[in-house]
Design a protein around this ligand. Structure first.
Ligand SMILES: Nc1ncnc2c1ncn2[C@@H]1O[C@H](COP(=O)(O)OP(=O)(O)OP(=O)(O)O)[C@@H](O)[C@H]1O
Ligand SMILES: [Mg+2]
Length: 369
């Protein structure tokens, strides 16, 4: 048996559009989701997340390639023959049935004995903290509680894999944050593999063991949250996840993973870090996150130290978010406010002259594309 609960191998999904063209909603995707993993697909609207999930569920079939579940190729198997269950964004609860009847529905379809249904429904409702609410109608519950019924209804069938398509999308921010924690805890407790779709990067970072970042039907990078944020493999991922600064330039020299880049707009060489795929003369971008830039009154005498003028300063409590101008190039710099004081001198202000240091280990060299 492989490590994977679900695997997409070279999967393509082409749709014919009413305009007479065709679109690859999913474009040669390879992706392996490990047993017991909380795996997220993250990307902006239209990048192919729902289509990928629907092919795992069996609501769509690949135009090319194959979906494997527990090492079995799924071919044209219908959804009810797959050991997976889906929680949809709009919950799709039956309004004329009670909470308990909603949860029991799938088991009744399977002709599960009545006493076992009762036991499993109670168990599933307890799991999502709705024990004792079985007799209510869905409309007598809050949005977050309705969301939990949808979860209970999927969990009661004991799927090997649970597919969740933006399940928290309809909730307000506070409830959404609470449910993120609960869902993550629940996943750990039940040990089921979760494939979670979201376009919210913070949600993906907080909840996932691993994330697949998608764009235009392709998977650009798969990795743990820390890898995706600290070692993005391309400009798109660096830009999409979190905030960053880009400096365009050309490689002048390579010394193992230390790469010297000439940045014309700064008329300066900046040393960054990169992997082995580059050669001298390549067009590249340096990506450096705002919280990783050091701002000081004096030069640090480091090669990557540049004189700047602070053009904007916004105190936001935990941080001060600054914009600095280096020879016409604007950089975002975030300073953590780790001293509690009212003294304005403790905070950098607009119009001050200062120096920024871009430590090479924080300056990632990426292909310009
Ligand atoms: N049945 C269909 N017929 C034609 N095109 C489709 C169909 N379903 C999806 N598409 C197209 O495929 C692409 C991917 O759609 P998909 O629903 O997978 O995106 P998504 O990543 O889930 O987006 P969102 O975040 O908005 O839900 C889009 O360009 C969409 O217009
Ligand atoms: Mg979608």
């Amino acid at each position: 048996m492989s490590d994977f609960a679900v695997e997409l191998r070279n999967v393509v999904k082409t749709f014919q559009t009413p305009e007479g063209g065709s679109v690859n909603a999913v474009d040669h995707v390879d992706m392996g989701i490990k047993h017991g993993e909380f795996f997220s697909m993250l990307g902006s609207s239209g990048c192919g997340k729902t289509t990928s999930l629907r092919m795992v569920a069996g609501f769509e079939w690949p135009t090319d390639g194959e979906v494997y579940i527990e090492d079995q190729p799924q071919g044209h198997r219908p959804p009810f023959q797959r050991p997976v269950n889906t929680v949809f964004q709009n919950y799709a609860l039956f309004q004329h049935m009670t909470v308990a009847q909603n949860v029991a529905f799938g088991l009744e379809m399977d002709k599960t004995p009545a006493n076992e249904i009762k036991r499993r429904v109670d168990e599933a409702l307890a799991m999502v903290k709705l024990g004792g609410m079985g007799k209510r109608a869905p409309r007598q519950l809050s949005g977050g509680q309705q969301q939990r019924i949808a979860l209970a209804r999927a969990l009661v069938k004991r799927p090997k894999v649970l597919l969740l398509d933006e399940p928290l999308g309809a909730l307000d921010l506070k409830l959404r944050k609470e449910m993120q924690m609960e869902l993550k805890t629940l996943q750990r407790e039940v040990g089921i593999t979760f494939i979670f779709v979201t376009h919210d990067q913070e949600e993906a970072l907080t909840m996932s063991d691993r994330i697949a970042v998608m764009s235009h039907g392709k998977v650009l990078q798969v990795g743990a949250p820390v890898e995706i944020y600290e070692r993005p493999n391309c400009k798109f991922v660096a830009d999409f996840i979190g905030d960053t600064n880009f400096l365009e330039g050309q490689i002048r020299a390579i010394n193992e993973n230390r790469i010297t880049v000439f940045v014309p707009k700064l008329n300066n060489e900046i040393i960054g870090m990169g992997d082995g795929k580059f050669k001298t003369g390549d067009q590249v971008v340096i990506s450096i996150r705002p919280e990783k830039i050091r701002l000081s009154e004096q030069s640090t005498l480091n090669q990557n130290c540049i004189e700047v003028k602070i053009s904007n300063s916004a105190y936001i409590g935990s941080d001060t978010r600054l914009e600095v101008n280096a020879n016409g190039v604007k950089l975002k710099v975030w300073e953590q406010n780790h001293i509690s004081t009212l003294d304005p001198r403790a905070y950098h202000q607009s119009d001050q002259q200062a120096w920024v240091t871009l430590f090479p280990e924080n300056a990632l060299v990426l292909p310009a594309e």
